[in-house]
Design a protein around this ligand. Structure first.
Ligand code: FES
Ligand code: FE2
Length: 451
């Protein structure tokens, strides 16, 4: 099926939202149809705000890093005056990528094909042998610089949009800003990516990762080896004294739930019965003095936040940032970072890094469990005789519109709230992403005149 053969009624058929009648259905084609993937790239990734990085990834003048917005190669750079901006990583001459490294510092980028050069504000500063080139006036009138991309920043979180026709970043983030604050405010000067980034791919759709981050239901069944090892450590059966293991076995005793926000953002959360085992707790007094008891409690809580469509801040065993890059309908690249508060003590950082290695890292005990589960689903999706899934029913009789008591108490303003015993393992938290998915694609089709 070609992309332009999918129309708004198809999108309505693929995600059936009858939550007020107790039903919410996502069709398996959403994860396996290349035509759907094309629409997602066009309308969700290439006409929308997309996360590109943290300001700490380019802290000094002329620092830069490379990334992607949808399918487009991007450079995020701080110019010589310290101003951040984003550009398409493609030479104006004949298209070559001009920045090759993941990150670096350069006063200029020189294209390795014919030698044109650009400064870190994106201006073309040199055209090799220009005077001898016999260029005509129309060429001389062209802007030879790198194509600028719309750029936005909230706290230290950087975003770009390939389209100018997007709401202000503030409006795009909406009530999810308070959740980003809980990440950023862990230190008086914010957070930073700890050196040691890693990337990997998995053979499944990008939305498997979007869902999994807020899928509390998989924890006990998908990660039994981690949970068993932690139990044995707690029982004194392990010589590993380096890790303050996060004991997810305690989850049966706590409350949890999820909030959704317009434009697809969502957070799954659960209370933390042992906050003293967090790296952040090393600075407890400073933290409480700065943000207050209530916010500090939320910072210690497990919070798995998706800023739709492509970044997640998973705060449970340590604090992980995951950047999602869809490669095709059934292949996704993940780039993951351990985050820490800028200027935190060595003791705090050590706890964070050890917990991160234990659970989140590519070599940790959780990530491979999850990626194998995504790939198992993608194999199952080959069964084209099957259409709907039954994975969106938990919490249906519990979810309420707007902020519940707990959200109101801390000042969150979600579109939906569902809080209860952790054992509920709510799935309504996934609805927000699919509601936004429908809206972005249908609005895009309408703007392009596709009925
Ligand atoms: S492609 Fe860059 S100078 Fe020719
Ligand atoms: Fe997991």
């Amino acid at each position: 099926m070609k992309p332009n053969e999918l129309t708004a009624p198809d999108i309505d058929r693929l995600v059936v939202d009858l939550a007020d009648q107790g039903e919410f259905h996502v069709h398996r084609d959403v994860f396996r149809d290349p035509a759907v993937f094309e629409l997602e790239m066009k309308y969700i990734f290439e006409r929308n705000w997309v996360f590109v990085g943290l300001d700490s990834q380019a802290p000094n003048p002329n620092d830069y890093f490379t990334t992607w917005v949808g399918r487009q190669p991007i450079i995020v750079a701080r110019d010589k005056h310290g101003k951040l901006g984003a550009f398409i990583n493609s030479c104006a001459h004949k298209g070559a990528r001009i920045a090759h490294h993941r990150d670096g510092n350069a006063k200029q980028w020189v294209c390795s094909y014919h030698g044109w050069a650009y400064d870190t504000a994106g201006a073309c500063i040199y055209i090799k042998d220009q005077d001898a080139g016999c260029y005509a006036e129309p060429f001389n009138k062209l802007d030879h610089g790198l194509k600028k991309v719309k750029f936005g920043q909230y706290r230290g979180f950087l975003f770009a949009s390939l389209s100018d026709d997007v709401p202000p970043l503030d409006e795009h983030l909406g009530g999810a800003k308070e959740l980003l604050d809980l990440v950023w405010d862990q230190g008086p000067d914010g957070i930073e990516a700890i050196p040691g980034v890693s990337s990997y791919t998995y053979n499944a759709n990008w939305k498997m990762q979007v869902e999994n981050c807020i899928d509390a239901y998989h924890l006990t069944s998908c990660h039994p080896s981690f949970m068993n090892i932690v139990s044995r450590r707690k029982a004194g059966e392990s010589d590993n004294k380096q890790v303050k293991s996060i004991d997810f076995n305690l989850m049966s005793q706590v409350k949890g739930g999820g909030y959704t926000f317009p434009r697809g953002h969502a957070v799954g959360f659960f209370d933390n019965p042992v906050p003293q085992e967090r790296g952040l707790y090393q600075h407890h007094d400073e933290l409480v003095a700065r943000v207050g008891e209530q916010k500090a409690r939320w910072m210690y809580a497990g919070r798995n936040l998706t800023i739709y469509p492509n970044v997640q801040f998973a705060e449970n065993a340590s604090l992980q940032m995951r950047v999602i890059r869809p490669l095709s309908v059934d292949k996704t690249e993940m780039t993951i970072y351990c985050l820490g508060a800028k200027g935190e003590s060595d003791a705090a950082r050590e706890i964070r890094v050890r917990q991160y290695e234990d659970f989140f890292n590519t070599s940790g005990m959780a990530t491979p469990d999850d990626t194998i589960a995504y790939e198992d689903c993608q194999v199952g999706f080959k069964a084209s005789v099957l259409t709907q899934m039954q994975g969106y029913g938990r919490g249906m009789t519990n979810v309420v519109a707007g902020a519940d008591e707990r959200a109101t108490e801390v000042g969150f303003t979600p579109a939906t709230s569902s809080t209860g015993p952790f054992a509920m393992q709510d799935e309504t938290v996934m609805f927000g992403g699919y509601r936004a998915w429908k809206k972005f694609i249908k609005d895009g089709l309408a703007a392009d005149g596709v009925a």
